[in-house]
Ligand binder design. Structure first.
Ligand code: CA
Length: 214
């Protein structure tokens, strides 16, 4: 998680306060969450590096894996939540750190479906036995929503083992994982590359993919 600290803009600066987040070139989901009662003013987010296309997820038929299915292996503490608000009537809820759900899939992208709310926690997703998570999914949202898209993950088409590991004592509620057989298809116009500048107006490397928060 990246944390950006904002302070009052010094009058001598030619540009306003800025913070940087860098990561591998690709499709990412970005969530910005305020951490204090102090005022935060977010004006613009620039995406720089290689040109980034506006992408949409393919609409090919997905395979649904219900979190509560017998094919999903549970470790740690999970409680089945039964309600019509959930996909197939049940979701799995954990309020313990390091609770796990693991399963195998054949596909190229996953969409994690579950509950988001202002008191929800986060989980890591590990692929093919990796020791570092492919993504960390934050289930925070200002308001309650069932069967929300919590996160997305894409990789090479094939058979993969997926492991979900909770990170927080704040609740994680996994309802369903949708598996798509093809990868992201880029549609729409490419976004014009925006070069990033430091606070003195010096242009930074255009070869590194990063986001700038102004
Ligand atoms: Ca379900």
């Amino acid at each position: 998680m990246e944390t950006a600290a904002f302070t009052e803009r010094p009058e001598t600066w030619t540009r306003s306060q800025e913070s940087w987040v860098s990561h591998a070139q690709g499709d990412h989901t970005i969530r910005i969450k305020t951490r204090s009662a102090a005022r935060v003013e977010l004006d613009r987010i620039d995406i720089a590096g290689a040109p980034v296309a506006i992408s949409a997820w393919t609409t090919d038929a997905s395979t649904r894996i219900e979190a509560e299915a017998s094919t999903v292996t549970r470790k740690g503490t999970w409680t089945a939540q039964a309600s019509a608000v959930y996909s197939a009537g049940t979701a799995l809820r954990s309020t313990a750190i390091s609770s796990e759900l693991s399963f195998s899939i054949t596909g190229a992208q996953l969409v994690f479906i579950g509950t988001e709310n202002s008191n929800m926690g986060s989980f890591d997703v590990f692929v093919d036995g990796a020791t570092t998570p492919a993504i960390t999914v934050n289930c925070y949202a200002p308001t309650l929503s069932y069967q929300a898209i919590l996160g997305r993950l894409s990789f090479a088409q094939g058979t993969h083992t997926i492991r979900i590991v909770t990170k927080t004592v704040e609740a994680v509620e996994i309802d369903r994982i949708d598996v798509y057989s093809s990868n992201v298809t880029a549609t729409g116009a490419a976004v014009t590359t925006t070069y990033a500048y430091d606070k003195w107006g010096q242009r930074l490397s255009a070869t590194t993919a990063f986001r700038r928060i102004l």
